[in-house]
Design a protein around this ligand. Structure first.
Ligand code: ZN
Ligand code: FE
Ligand code: FE
Ligand code: ZN
Length: 279
């Protein structure tokens, strides 16, 4: 039992945290009501859940880190319990959907399975059986050039954005997680993705989980953030919490970065419609 006192959030009373997980994905701890307690203690304006999306039953067992389709009703119940326990806190229902090329029809089917407030599009798989952020595959950074790994990831990420299936996309430069970054000007990776975001009206998140990983910085990098701001792309700040104490973690750092990049607003979502809040 460890239940540390949440640290206060002085800077950003208006922030929401829309990227949080539940034990249904088999690698997160704490139920939605526990996350909601932390959100209230930190003074967050809203909380949203976005657990790892189920795969169609025919593709199971797909991997060991996502919800089972049969567990969706438990997910909805757990979010409802949090709403009942903390009626003062707006709690949104979302999903972190794995974008995999060829799965578009399944993602459309998922989109119809609940009155989602938002769908996050994330790329973890850069090839079949290769989820780029999984420590089980870290040795592939020794057997493949990092340039190639980043190219595979960013090509998939651009496809995810251009599918127009998502309200915003998750952790834009995820392959840097363990510290692997190509040399030179990384705009060759960022520019096509930012153009896709601007053209499709898709937003992205500044995800603080990277602060807790070997790379030690938010996803995406500050350079990406500045370019996205210049292109008029909408922003959210999210923790990607896999435990209640991570709700709102790193938000002071992220809000300062976003303001420095020129952002003055963050986006909120309800029933897949977007509004703006001051940053
Ligand atoms: Zn996860
Ligand atoms: Fe993810
Ligand atoms: Fe996540
Ligand atoms: Zn994530």
């Amino acid at each position: 039992m460890n239940n540390p006192m949440p640290s206060p959030l002085p800077a950003s009373p208006a922030l929401a945290d829309y990227h949080t997980h539940t034990p249904l994905c088999h690698h997160a701890e704490g139920w939605p009501a526990d996350y909601a307690r932390q959100a209230v203690a930190r003074g967050l304006a809203e909380l949203g859940f976005a657990d790892h999306s189920p795969m169609p039953a025919a593709l199971e067992p797909f991997d060991d880190w996502r919800m089972a389709l049969a567990d969706l009703p438990r997910y909805f119940d757990a979010v409802e319990q949090a709403r009942a326990a903390f009626p003062q806190l707006p709690i949104r229902l979302g999903l972190e959907v794995d974008y995999i090329a060829g799965h578009e029809a399944w993602i459309e089917e998922l989109a119809g399975k609940a009155p989602w407030d938002y769908l996050i599009g994330s790329v973890h798989y850069i090839a079949p059986g290769w989820d780029v952020d999984n420590p089980a595959h870290i040795s592939r950074f020794q057997t493949h050039p990092v340039e190639e790994i980043w190219r595979m990831y960013f090509d998939a990420f651009e496809k995810a954005i251009r599918s127009r299936l998502f309200d915003f996309v998750g952790h834009p430069d995820l392959p840097k997680k363990f510290g692997h970054r190509p040399s030179g000007d990384l705009r060759r990776f960022y520019d096509p993705v930012i153009a896709a975001l601007a053209e499709t009206g898709t937003a992205f998140e500044l995800n603080t989980a990277g602060l807790r990983k070997p790379i030690g910085e938010c996803y995406p990098s500050f350079d990406f953030l500045k370019l996205a701001r210049e292109a008029g792309v909408g922003l959210l700040i999210n923790s990607d919490a896999h435990a209640p104490e991570e709700v709102g973690a790193g938000f002071e750092t992220a809000a300062a970065l976003a303001r420095e990049a020129g952002y003055t607003e963050v986006l909120r979502w309800k029933k897949r419609a977007c509004t703006k809040a001051a940053l």
